[in-house]
Write a protein that binds this ligand. Structure first.
Ligand code: BTN
Length: 241
């Protein structure tokens, strides 16, 4: 399968679009997009809260996948799809931050939460949150979050943005299905905010400081530490220092 015709399930309020997509997977529905105008319990990586008031774009793509070993590439595809969409609608320079964010002017405009459902059939849930028409954010995230409205002083049509993200996702998904992972990594790198920067990586096995020199074929971030050694970062949070 190279291209998916997604069916849309649109809601006003959901707990989380990822949870709704998980429910639909239980009913063996798939290749669909769940959207909500707001989420009551929108969440991010490591169980963090995702601010989900009106004006933001909240959606989850539910994909049927035989093999769930490579879903990290879906996160990369989603990030690039959002960055390309932002560039189509605005003059803003949207960049992907390893592993699952999109930034504008060093602030977060989009987060991606990819989860899986296993059983008789396997599914990937690609949850995408984009800050679009919010004029402000809760105090605790004003320094790190931004929206298209804050950056450009304009409002945007959420449906149009959603459709272009899906279109962009579809055009990259063919590489995923064709196992052309190197192609996905190559495209991601072209949009990268991370590479070339000195960063701190906070991981379960400790903090590491170094220059982000590469992303390998498995989506891992490669740091050159101060002593010149290369360190592979598989999972964690990074910040530019
Ligand atoms: C992160 O930055 O850690 C990921 C944030 C992902 C947020 C999106 S919004 C749509 C979908 N539903 C959720 O509950 N989370 C994702």
């Amino acid at each position: 399968m190279s291209k998916v015709g997604f069916k849309f399930y649109n809601f006003k309020t959901l707990s989380s679009t990822n949870d709704k997509a998980r429910e639909l997977a239980k009913d063996r529905k798939y290749n669909l997009v769940v959207t909500a105008e707001k989420q009551k319990r929108g969440r991010g990586r490591f169980g963090r809260k995702w601010s989900s008031g009106l004006g933001g774009l909240y959606m989850t793509l539910l994909l049927k996948e035989d093999n769930l070993d490579n879903v990290r590439y879906l996160t990369f595809i989603a990030g690039v799809s959002v960055a390309r969409t932002i560039k189509k609608f605005t003059d803003l320079n949207a960049e992907v931050k390893w592993p699952n964010d999109v930034l504008i002017n060093n602030k977060k405009i989009c987060g991606i939460l990819t989860e899986t459902v296993t059983g008789k059939e396997n599914y990937a849930l690609v949850g995408i949150g984009v800050n679009v028409n919010q004029g402000k954010f809760p105090k605790n995230i004003t320094q790190i979050a931004t929206s298209l409205k804050i950056e450009s002083n304009k409002d945007y049509n959420l449906d149009k943005i959603t459709k272009i993200i899906i279109k962009n996702f579809n055009s990259l998904y063919k590489y995923y299905n064709g196992e052309k992972y190197d192609k996905i990594i190559g495209i991601w790198k072209k949009h990268s905010h991370t590479l070339g920067k000195k960063i701190r990586a906070e991981t379960l096995s400790g903090d590491f400081i170094g220059k982000a020199v590469d992303v390998d074929d498995n989506c891992n971030l490669i740091l050159r530490l101060n002593d010149g050694k290369l360190k592979k970062i598989v999972e964690g949070d990074i910040s530019v220092i």
